[in-house]
Write a protein that binds this ligand. Structure first.
Ligand code: GLN
Length: 536
């Protein structure tokens, strides 16, 4: 069978949930027995999101092979429950970097290099890699940004060409748009959708399906109007009301007939009936009245919650597993340094310190770790959250007053967190950290060991600094346990406190591997401890 392509484009505004829609569509296809792969094309010029500010770009999602990718890849992995790789995400920056380095090597023999065909060919080559690497029957391809953006033009042109190369019958263009409402009259408007389809058609692409999202109920007459003005079949205009629960999106799409519509348009026959019962149960559980626990999330990008997307989702998964609701209380770590925000910590049933870079707000995180240790509040530290837990312990339990990470104080007498030798000579910022999957052996009889219930796990990393082994013995003598270590015993991967209900932290990022149906053990442990503390 020829590989089939589903192209998702976005219209009108960004953040309409194109990534979630594409991910949920992938689930519907997987459920029908197809091998699905995913690729997200990001039209910005950055080489990867690794060096972009979380304020602008949200979380950087890390894959098994260490690729630093767009947070939408997290949606894909969580919804479809697949493991993606480097070929699943590329940017304009990567495309141009490749072409320019070839030009410098003289590969073009003096020829003029142009967007068409050189850039578009490189885009098509990278799209082709997905099928080659995964052997997928259906490739879901999402174009980042909104149709009409100047950056996305070469991508759309490449898709237009690809459609002719692989055959129209093997491609489906799905355009996800937004229907705004006029406040005073409550009237839903289709004009912006019409304009965005016109922009798409001016590049030579007519969408086959339009998924129109709105906050209100969208009635059939509006769908008919969109079908008429946008030259799309009537049954191919899908009215998508904003879902109250993220994981309801696949159920809504299924109910709207999107699963069957995709197959029909691609000329495919399902090899099995989709079983959406687990998702139905999941959504029912989410909607059920449940006792709630408060988790204080102490970060520095808390103004943009997308910066902690996977952490938030992992907490939700763990809450479901514990039959509770998690209320995340966002605390700006720099506030704690100014004596603000402490009421949130004091009222929390658990404290979570996620990853981060740079010294701003670090002292506040160290204070939060101290509070959790001294008051026996359940604590989960992720990456930097582990490092601050160790710094705090060194300062206040071992009395090493100026203990620090050499990231924040190069001259500290006690660099309990330090650069590994092989990281010291690196000066480039992009892609130079310890990235991706590394093995971790668990110490039996520890909380982490019990939570996982297996002797060895593989977890995803993204950091430069490590626990300094010169301090291991002293930490141990005072009640810190190294419950996860690299197989060669050189790297500390998980630490936990002996005399504490649950103070556990990992050098890796467990949040990237949590799935709605497979909550991550370290998060489940945190929420369980929080629930016990709250007496619920
Ligand atoms: N800044 C720390 C390091 O580079 C922690 C990184 C993180 O939390 N992802 O080691």
């Amino acid at each position: 069978m020829a590989t089939k392509y589903l192209f998702f484009t976005g219209g009108v505004v960004s953040s309409v949930g194109k990534g979630v829609t594409a991910a949920a569509s992938g689930l519907l296809l997987k459920e029908r027995g197809f091998k699905v792969a995913v690729q997200k094309l990001d039209p910005y010029i950055n080489v990867d999101p690794g060096t972009m500010s979380p304020y602008q770009h949200g979380e950087v999602y890390v894959l098994d092979d260490g690729a630093e990718t767009d947070l939408d890849l997290g949606h894909y992995e969580r919804f479809i429950d697949i493991r993606l790789s480097r070929v699943s995400n590329f940017t304009t920056g990567q495309v141009y970097a490749e072409i320019i380095s070839k030009e410098r090597r003289g590969d073009y023999l003096g020829g003029t290099i142009q967007v068409i065909p050189h850039i578009t060919n490189e885009i098509k080559r990278r799209i082709g890699l997905v099928e080659k690497e995964t052997g997928a029957e259906i490739v879901i391809l999402e174009v980042g940004g909104t149709v009409g953006d100047i950056e996305s033009q070469p991508f759309l042109e490449a898709l237009r060409q690809l459609r002719n190369e692989v055959g129209r019958e093997n491609c489906l263009f799905i355009h996800v748009t937004w229907l705004p409402t006029i406040g005073a009259t409550g009237e839903i408007k289709t004009k912006p959708t019409q304009h965005s389809v016109a922009a798409l058609r001016s590049i030579g692409i007519s969408p086959n399906v339009i998924i129109a999202r709105a906050d209100q109920e969208i009635d059939q007459s509006l769908c008919d109007k969109i079908a008429l003005f946008c030259d799309v079949e009537r049954n191919a205009v899908i009215p998508m009301k904003t879902a109250s629960v993220l994981y309801e999106v696949p159920l809504m799409l299924e109910k709207l007939g999107v699963g069957e519509l995709m197959l029909e348009k691609l000329g495919l026959k399902a090899t099995r009936k989709p079983d959406m019962r687990p998702w139905k149960k999941l959504v029912e559980d989410v909607k059920k009245e449940k006792p709630s626990v408060n988790v204080a999330l102490v970060g520095k990008y808390v103004e943009l919650q997308d910066a902690y997307m996977s952490v938030r989702e992992a907490l939700k998964h763990a809450a479901l597993a514990n039959g509770v609701e998690v209320c995340i209380r966002w605390v700006h770590s720099a506030d704690l340094e100014k004596d603000k925000g402490w009421d949130v910590i004091q009222n929390a049933d658990a404290v979570l310190v996620p990853g981060g870079f740079g010294s701003r707000g670090v002292e506040g995180k160290i204070m939060a770790a101290r509070y959790a240790r001294e008051n026996k509040v359940p604590y989960l530290g992720l990456c930097l959250g582990m490092q601050v837990m160790c710094i705090e312990f060194a300062r206040n339990v071992l009395d090493l007053e100026d203990a620090n990470s050499s990231e924040f104080d190069r001259a500290t007498e006690h660099p309990v967190i330090d650069l590994m030798l092989d990281q010291r000579s690196i000066t480039d910022m992009g892609g130079t950290m310890r990235l991706g999957l590394y093995p971790c052996l668990l110490l039996p009889g520890t909380k982490a060991g019990a939570a996982y219930g297996v002797p060895r796990v593989d977890e995803r990393h993204r950091h430069r600094f490590e626990f300094n082994n010169a301090y291991r013995e002293r930490f141990k003598e005072h009640g810190m346990m190294f419950s996860g270590l690299s197989p060669d015993n050189r790297l500390v991967e998980i630490v936990e406190l002996r005399d504490h209900p649950y103070m556990v932290a990992s050098q890796f990022h467990p949040e990237f591997l949590s799935r709605p149906m497979k909550p991550h053990p370290l998060f489940v442990g945190l929420v369980r401890a929080a629930k016990e503390r709250a007496g619920k």
